[in-house]
Design a protein around this ligand. Structure first.
Ligand SMILES: [Zn+2]
Length: 202
């Protein structure tokens, strides 16, 4: 549901854990805007060059052209005055300035659609999404499927040992878990179990 009246600015946020389809949903909304012949620009942070430098690519390989930025402010520098819809993916990499920038864009009359993780690997609210949720007209929470039990999953389980807030990657490093199966801060390394298993090996 995207009810946008004329040139009234609007902020919508799509958030959830990894593997919950946030990028797909962002791409879907941007495509609808393109079909409606609106002028769109899509931005993504420079840190996320996993697959492609000038496209947003979802895990299911949907893709759409995007511009790479190193900060939230750079979005304002690259903004074309006639742009009507601004999409921003991987909002977690754009830091504490993003809410102010997003609010400014909406005040200018832009429809702003932002996708990002709402919690970190410890299950804590992950800025700047919480601030963006407070400012948004519309919020969509996406859920993944828990790989342990098949239930609805809202947490991102890290599978490798690191205390860095952000470890770039996807499959193999993280999996989606439900509230019951999520182990906050656990680095239980199913991936690395094979390294030392007593009594086995050549
Ligand atoms: Zn579960």
């Amino acid at each position: 549901m995207n009810i946008v009246h004329g040139h009234i600015g609007w902020l919508e946020v799509i958030c959830g854990p990894m593997f919950s389809g946030k990028s797909e949903e962002l791409i879907r909304r941007m495509r609808r805007s393109l079909i409606a012949r609106k002028r769109v620009q899509i931005f993504k942070p420079a840190i996320d060059n996993r697959y492609s430098n000038d496209e947003i690519v979802s895990h299911s390989d949907l893709r759409i052209r995007s511009q790479v930025v190193r900060s939230a402010e750079e979005i304002l520098d690259l903004l074309e005055i006639r742009t009507e819809v601004v999409g921003i993916d991987e909002a977690n990499f754009l830091g504490a300035e993003l809410p102010e920038v997003a609010n400014h864009l909406a005040d200018m009359g832009k429809q702003v659609i932002i996708a990002g993780l709402d919690t970190d690997y410890l299950g804590r609210p992950f800025e700047p999404i919480p601030a963006l949720l407070a400012l948004a007209e519309e919020i969509t929470k996406t859920l993944a499927i828990c790989v342990q039990c098949g239930g609805p999953a809202k947490f991102t389980q890290r599978l490798v040992e690191s205390s860095d807030l952000i470890v770039v990657g996807a499959a193999g490093l993280y999996e989606a878990r439900c509230r019951r199966c999520f182990e906050a801060g656990s680095h239980r390394q199913q991936l690395l179990d094979f390294v030392k298993r007593p009594g086995k090996g050549p």
